[in-house]
Design a protein around this ligand. Structure first.
Ligand SMILES: [Zn+2]
Length: 277
């Protein structure tokens, strides 16, 4: 009887010690992560998966045929991309409008745009976004009371796209016009506000630094005079970010050459080297 009680006591003490050790280890790594983030302005690690989801062969074939970003990744990068895309797609509800017939290709290419943009971030699901609504063409928006090609509505947690314009932006990769990149940048930006996870902190701190940089009137004048970034960027700070990210993804080398300080801030926010990977 005494022996049994002693055994239980030992077991309890062992479990308690082990739990405490785990907690200390967890707090230690969390502290290291925070220190690393504040020193280097980027996460100590981005990808870590105990189990990786996979796409079907037909889904991978769609990516191979359509996504240059996916094709340029290493085989390890491809498997991370596939895992993230699978998780992203299963988290979002896709809705079609005006008899648009949704297929796997539509879902994959829209999701691939989000996963590409967030590939340098630890968190990529974007809880602010629940629904992706696709129209065949431009649609009448009650928000702006005019026809839109796309919009992100944080109240409805919905990203709305005209497929015709999304596809054009997706296929033409060097004209600095990309509807998917533009709207997902709005979603990532709004998702980062008031969140304290690593990805959101890197993004929102970088955005604050970007706004400070843009107080330099000479730089703003140079950007406006260059014609490199379209005028719509100067509508407000949200549109500025969404437009410059289109340039950042589609003309990275030119962007880096013309406006290195601005380029560096965007690269810091997304934690990814799109120019040269
Ligand atoms: Zn916009």
């Amino acid at each position: 009887m005494v022996k049994e009680e002693f055994g239980f006591g030992m077991l309890f003490a062992g479990v308690l010690t082990f739990s405490l050790l785990l907690l200390i280890l967890f707090l230690f790594f969390k502290m290291l992560d925070t220190v690393y983030l504040s020193w280097f302005k980027r996460p100590a690690w981005v990808h870590f998966y105990l189990y990786k989801n996979k796409l079907s062969e037909s889904q991978k074939a769609i990516l191979r045929k359509n996504s240059n970003f996916y094709n340029r990744l290493s085989s390890a990068g491809k498997s991370r991309f596939e895992h993230r895309l699978q998780c992203f797609l299963s988290d979002k509800e896709f809705i079609s409008r005006q008899d648009f017939v949704l297929s796997d290709k539509h879902r994959l290419l829209v999701g691939a745009t989000a996963v590409m943009l967030t590939f340098g971030m630890r968190k990529y699901i974007l809880p602010i976004l629940e629904k992706i609504i696709i129209y065949p063409k431009e649609f009448y928006s009650t928000i702006g009371e005019r026809y839109h090609k796309g919009e992100f509505n944080p109240k409805l947690k919905a990203l709305v796209l005209s497929w015709e314009d999304f596809e054009e932006g997706f296929n033409i990769e060097d004209d600095n016009l990309n509807l998917g990149i533009h709207e997902f940048t709005h979603a990532i930006h709004l998702n980062s506000i008031n969140r304290s996870d690593t990805a959101s902190t890197v993004f929102s701190d970088g955005f604050s630094e970007l706004l400070r940089l843009m107080r330099n009137e000479d730089l703003v004048a140079d950007i406006k005079n260059s014609g490199f970034i379209r005028d719509y960027a100067f509508t407000n700070e949200f549109e500025f970010l969404a437009v410059v990210v289109e340039n950042f993804i589609e003309s990275p080398s030119e962007f880096k050459r013309q406006f290195p300080s601005l380029y560096k801030k965007i690269q810091q926010m997304f934690n990814f080297r799109f120019a040269g990977y």
